[in-house]
Write a protein that binds this ligand. Structure first.
Ligand code: SAH
Ligand code: SF4
Length: 353
């Protein structure tokens, strides 16, 4: 085996079964040790000390990391960390780690860029570059978990709310979900896939084994407005989308939440609250609204709703029988908040020196 690579895959690309196949010259328990090292200890192959030195060296050589760090930005209060990575081929993606009192959440990217073209989203403004691989998705969580460990936190939740549309890369996203569940030991109930509303994706998810949470980026409750804000609505209109959500709920018994980026004067009127509440009541008792005040992006001039109006809108929804939470906005000072991920594109609105 001198100088021959065990595999040409990146470190977290292969499943355990695939890895066992390429390592078939070694005793079976070696794969267990390697898996424990990579997924439980979150260690580099060189540091998996119960392996023979020669194998450690071979693994270090054969299992390169998929993500090259470019920058790591930390919010002022230290609770949000944004990683900018370069991938093979040169494209860039971002991952956000949110630290809570005794745990952490990772927001992962599923694509470099996004083809869905939502005008208010920095990722959409930048367009689509390429799909991510399983190894690139899984490694985002591992690298963030290593960073969380330094701050004495364990990653307990994963949200597919970074760059890209997960349903447009679903088979790969699903393989990474299985890895998070089976190898990193996360509960499927703590994994959320957010979609702009790709109905075949929702229907496909419904038939997969693990009960992950579904978040649907609604932003408008009538087709006229949603066609404008979320162009894919022309293909998958609200009525059909709601049907898919209702079926997901019925089969999976998992919470379906609606994301609503609040845009001043556009979707924060009383009439919007009434229409939205009517949709939520149809999914009752599991429809839930997450209100996110719109974060600034360079390509979209309209501003976010004021904090006072956000509260009013929330109260209105509650009075109309819909559950709503105002999403705490994290990482706006490092362009790490919802919709601000653009991987190094200048997303910050001109900041005075
Ligand atoms: N493509 C998927 C997942 C990534 S986006 C989706 O759209 O659901 C994560 C969330 O941020 C989505 O709900 C998206 O609509 C929202 N978002 C996009 N741009 C935003 C902005 N400028 N301010 C606040 N939220 C935004
Ligand atoms: Fe893509 Fe989601 Fe941004 Fe729309 S909001 S452009 S689907 S990442």
């Amino acid at each position: 085996m001198t100088n021959s690579r065990i595999t040409s895959a990146t470190r977290y690309e292969l499943s355990r079964e695939q890895f066992a196949e390429v390592l078939n010259r070694e005793p079976k328990y070696r794969v267990d040790q390697i898996w424990d090292g990579l997924y439980t200890q979150l260690a580099n192959p060189a540091d998996i000390t119960n392996l023979p030195k020669k194998l450690r060296a071979e693994l270090s050589e054969s299992l390169p990391q998929a993500l090259t760090p470019i920058t790591e930005s930390v919010s002022k209060n230290g609770d949000t960390i944004k990683f900018l990575w370069e991938l093979e081929g040169g494209s860039k993606i971002e991952t956000v780690l949110m630290l809570y009192r005794d745990r952490a959440t990772v927001c992962v990217s599923s694509q470099a860029g996004c083809a869905m073209g939502c005008g208010f989203c920095a990722t959409g403004q930048a367009g689509f570059t390429r799909q991510l691989t399983v190894g690139e998705i899984v490694e985002q969580v591992v690298r963030a978990a290593q960073r969380a460990k330094e701050s004495d936190r364990r990653v307990s939740n994963i949200v597919f709310m970074g760059m890209g549309e997960p349903m447009a890369n679903l088979d790969t996203v699903w393989q990474s979900v299985e890895r998070f569940h089976g190898d990193l030991g996360l509960s499927a109930r703590h994994i959320t896939i957010s979609t702009v509303g790709i109905i075949p994706g929702i229907r496909s998810l419904q038939n997969r084994s693990l009960p992950v949470n579904l978040a649907v980026s609604l932003h408008a409750a009538n087709n006229k407005l949603r066609d404008e804000l979320v162009p894919i609505n022309r293909r998958y209109p609200i009525e059909d989308l709601l049907g898919a959500c209702a079926d997901y709920l019925a089969v999976k018994h998992r919470r379906v939440s609606f994301e609503w980026a609040m845009i001043a004067g556009v979707n924060d009127r009383d009439s919007d609250a009434r229409e939205l509440a009517a949709l939520c009541r149809r999914l009752s008792p599991h429809g839930h609204v997450n209100l996110i005040p719109l974060n600034p992006t360079p390509g979209y001039p309209t501003v976010g709703t004021s904090p006072r109006r956000v509260q009013e809108f929330r109260d209105l929804l509650e009075n109309l029988g819909a559950n709503a939470t105002v999403r705490q906005n994290r990482g706006t000072d490092i362009d790490a908040a919802c919709g601000q991920l653009a991987a190094g594109q200048p997303v910050t609105l001109s900041r005075k020196p």
